[in-house]
Design a protein around this ligand. Structure first.
Ligand code: ZN
Length: 54
């Protein structure tokens, strides 16, 4: 799994890793300004991108 620095497609800020205490099998990386999130699911070897820009 690639966990190198990724950037928000909207503002180019580096994504921050969020703690997710309810599900430690998922790693969430999010734009600090809330534009974008990416959920990594290591068990499924996949990820979900979430665009939060209205
Ligand atoms: Zn952003």
């Amino acid at each position: 799994m690639n966990l190198s620095v990724e950037k928000c497609p909207r503002c180019k800020a580096a994504l921050e890793v969020k703690e997710n205490p309810s599900c430690k099998a998922i790693v969430i990386k999010a734009c600090p300004a809330g534009h974008y999130e990416k959920e990594f699911h290591p068990a499924l070897e996949t990820y979900i991108e979430i665009n939060k820009v209205p």
